[in-house]
Ligand binder design. Structure first.
Ligand SMILES: [Zn+2]
Length: 152
């Protein structure tokens, strides 16, 4: 499946855009953690063009991360979208007439992963959490104790 992210340079004609649209396995994202994994399929849409001595690629991809809801901890699907990322590669740097753009796609998709997510974009447990938070003191200084200890 990984081969599907490969661009075969000798199939490209000068100044003619080649479009690749396909589902690829999310294996190339190479992350399988307890708190971060992906649904099996990534939709990839690549436009490739050779101009002068450059391979020009426009990358689009849609993947789905699975990560815990920040509120209730339920594993939650979070869509990741990469849109129109432009990459240029000098042809002289491409060996065997094949450019594998899976690493570029991987980097672009990983950048889209949020620090936190919430189930259904608005966790139903949030209201319960608010009640709990209101009971806490509004101003909590975690280092206060530390400074006091120093003074002693
Ligand atoms: Zn939740």
């Amino acid at each position: 499946m990984k081969d599907l992210c490969k661009i075969y340079i000798d199939r490209l004609k000068e100044d003619k855009t080649e479009i690749l649209r396909q589902d690829v396995s999310s294996d190339f994202l190479a992350i399988q953690e307890k708190e971060l994994r992906f649904t099996p399929t990534v939709f990839v849409h690549i436009e490739a063009l050779i101009q002068d001595d450059l391979l020009i690629l426009q990358l689009n991809a849609q993947a789905t991360a699975i990560m815990p809801c920040a509120v209730c901890n339920t594993m939650t699907e979070h869509p990741l979208t990469v849109k129109n990322i432009l990459i240029t590669v000098p042809l002289e740097k491409i060996t065997n007439s094949i450019y594998d753009c899976s690493e570029d796609l991987r980097e672009a998709l990983l950048l889209e992963i949020p620090i936190t997510t919430e189930c259904n974009r608005n966790c139903s447990e949030r209201n319960n959490l608010k009640k709990f938070l209101n009971k806490e003191k509004l101003h909590h200084y975690p280092f206060k104790n530390l400074f006091m200890k120093k003074e002693n």
